[in-house]
Write a protein that binds this ligand. Sequence first.
Ligand code: AMP
Length: 221
Amino acid sequence: MMEKALKLMFFGAPGAGKGTQAEIAAKKYAIPTISTGAILREAVAAKTELGKLAAGYMESGALVPDDVIVGIVRDRLAEDDCKGGFILDGFPRTLAQAEAFDETGIGLSMVIDIEVEDERIITRMSGRRVCPKCGETYHTVYNPSADNVHCTKCGAELTIRKDDDPEVVKRRLTTYHNDTEPLREYYEKKGILRVVHGQEKLEDTTALTTAVIEEYLHGNQ
Ligand code: AMP
């Protein structure tokens, strides 16, 4: 049987664990992750035109305009390493983005929705750490780096994302509920939505997402 190309999207509130699960699946299935948040953070750090445009939206917990985001993703997906499959993390985030993505004809194998209640998200975000150099993400309790201070991968000192400030997190959750959550129904109607309940332990959530992916790859869908 020919192996199916895995065109995956992780869906869920900010802090639900999309990025972490995307990284784990990307390694396991040897396909790239396209994280619009990570691309934007790199642009902000490098002070490019894109970064200057995006910074204000990001710091206040708002979304960056659709046309900017769609352009970034379209360009990235056109690169050779995406031909055998890819994982989208943090895109699409609005109905307009989802429709623009559909128009490319690239399609998605499935959308994995990681469900976590808002209260747990707010607690979790306070422990989130990110490497300013290589972008690796950690959590002080759930997914610590080797010494909980430096990046295990590249050694740089870990930082807290500006938009992980509790007040900004609340605004990001509101944005999620207003603009992004309606997409769940959009993908449910297409029959490609799979729901995974985010667990306390990272590896338990990974086991659930892996089961859903394996079912797609080896099941009779
Ligand atoms: P994330 O790391 O996915 O939580 O993204 C961080 C921030 O980047 C978001 O709060 C938005 O300001 C911006 N961003 C990331 N992805 C998108 C997207 N698909 N559409 C609009 N804004 C985005």
